[in-house]
Design a protein around this ligand. Structure first.
Ligand code: IPE
Ligand code: MG
Length: 227
């Protein structure tokens, strides 16, 4: 969800207001995803690298989590949304940790949209954790499979097994992966837009989903028609 800072600058407001606008955009995208019947959505909310930002900005983002939970929990539940957190969040301020636990707990039995929030998440860190867990289990290296690694990632150990993403959308004109779902993204389709995240609306999202549905995915194989 990139471009909150630039949006704030363009509107002459503090960065944290850009993050607030980004949260409003996210609310609409979550509901739009659920309405389109898409089963999984993962957003990159805070990376392991985002700690490098000012304390003011970081705590502003964490405060928004509490605000989000307070304003959205009912609607998320009404929409049967289930939430997984990808990342370790126990070191966040207590109010944020409590809000997250309340939200995850309340939505635990829902089986509609599986909404994954990558929070204090890093793709390489996730792979490293998986490998460490496998070593700790005493896994025999000769028998180790890709599936073993997948199963120990946040996506593989979540309540609902989360499949690899079909489509990854990056906003604000940036064209890099920035440590997002590094393992899972091996065959994902990628789309880029110059739209800053706070301006990313369900209409543009729906157009991208439509355009995605026309892509030909071969996963390293050949076109069905050529076989
Ligand atoms: C993304 O927006 C939101 C987070 C990283 C939490 P940015 O804050 O990176 O926005 P820009 O890149 O400065 O515009
Ligand atoms: Mg950015």
């Amino acid at each position: 969800m990139d471009g909150n800072g630039r949006w704030a600058k363009a509107h002459g407001v503090p960065r944290v207001m850009g993050h607030n606008a980004g949260m409003q955009a996210m609310k609409k995208i979550v509901i739009a995803t659920s309405n389109m019947g898409i089963k999984y959505l993962t957003v990159y909310a805070f990376s392991t690298e985002n700690w490098k930002r000012s304390t003011e900005e970081v705590s502003g983002i964490f405060n928004l989590i509490v605000k989000y939970v307070n304003s959205e929990l009912e609607e998320l539940d009404e929409n049967n949304v289930h939430i997984n957190i990808f990342g370790e969040y126990d070191m966040l301020p207590k109010a944020s940790v409590d809000a997250i636990n309340k939200m995850v707990g309340r939505l635990a039995d829902n089986d509609g949209l599986v909404f994954n929030i990558a929070l204090n998440y890093g793709g390489r860190d996730e792979i490293l954790r998986s490998v460490k867990a496998l070593i700790a289990e005493g896994k025999d290296p000769d028998g180790l499979t890709e599936d073993d690694i997948s199963k120990h990632l946040y996506s593989g150990s979540a309540h609902f097994d989360v499949p690899d993403p079909d489509l990854i959308i990056r906003t604000s004109g940036e064209e890099r992966m920035s440590n997002f779902l590094t393992w899972q993204a091996a065959y994902s389709e990628l789309m880029f837009t110059d739209t800053l995240w706070p301006d990313f609306a369900p209409e543009e999202y729906a157009e991208m989903i439509e355009s995605y549905s026309n892509r030909d995915r071969r996963f390293g194989g050949r076109k069905e028609a050529d076989k």
